[in-house]
Design a protein around this ligand. Sequence first.
Ligand code: PLP
Length: 391
Amino acid sequence: MSFRPETRTVHPPLPHPGNTPLGVPIYQAGQFSFDSADRLAAAFGDPDGDFFYSRYSNPTVQALEEAVTDLEGGVAGRAFASGMGAISAVLLGLVSSGDHVIAQRRLYGGTHAVLTDLARRWGVEVTLVSGDDPDEVREALRPTTRLLYLETIANPTTHVADLPALISADASGGVVSVVDNTFASPILCRPIEHGADVVVHSATKFLGGHADIVGGVAVFASAELHRRVWDYSVEQGATTDPFAAWLTLRGMQTLALRMERQCANALVLAERLADHPAVARVYYPDLPDHPDYATARRLLSAGGGVLAFDLAGGREAGRAFIEAVRLAALTPSLGDVKTLVLHPASTSHGQLDAEALAAAGIGAGMVRIAVGIEHPEDLWGDIEQALATSA
Ligand SMILES: *Cc1c(COP(=O)(O)O)cnc(C)c1O
């Protein structure tokens, strides 16, 4: 058939590369065409079916889902437009009104907001526990308890959850345990190995690693849980874009290397900060005086890329410090190749009053450092000069 230019412009020939590309191609495609009506009909509503519409599935996005699922040791995964997209899809996909949820009190702010909303507007009952004591979880269990929500390493105090002890507090095994593993990454800890049913990530942080995407991934230990969240996620529509998925995959190729360097840098900085006269206390799981040091040694292969410290000078010193750093960036994120600093009391936790801050274990003079991959001596030089001006 020979077509006119108007037709040929929208039907260009597609490439047929003879060899396999070394990297994952970006399938920047919203839709896929079929030559069989039956195959198209079968693709609808099947997580493992043919690609037909990228809100349901897309080859580049699926490559990301499979990569994170493989690292976490799950059976299936789902990528989202953000970490909150993953977290809200998991919560809304697995919980109904009248159900009861147990969550640790030290939670990422967005997760706390979703749980508060579920309690206030959707008739879900929520019990917050310290996350330090399996007996507290055991006592909170009710016949209607459906979900236990934990974080491997909590922000910004770097508390480490004793995942196997907390998850096995539900002797029935019927409560779905969900673990936010953003701070640890699957390089340091794989919660499914410790009994978790679902792992969620903000891929914006360590997985992506280069401050160029917002993304999220959920990984499931069972096909049944994946199916329930997949069904809800198709309705929710917070699916990720192929290019963001590709950038995440590209970032993930150096995840283990970045993590190794970030953890090594963080340990150097944590040890030096602990010896500095302007610093009252350092929070880093790989320091022997950390309250969860033993748990961290058992569950994490290193201390992580985030540390926090209390400045003896309180709120003013904390604010002055984050403005005094020159190399580190004042940015509310973590897991980046660049070092980022934050003063939680005036930013991420700024809505909390003094009492609520104290309950969350956050001092007015606390500074969080999300350590990057720069040379540790350059980072220490920057921190030292900032401590000298702010203390
Ligand atoms: C950033 C973050 C989230 C939310 O992820 P977004 O990608 O910003 O939506 C959830 N949990 C933790 C622990 C985070 O650090």
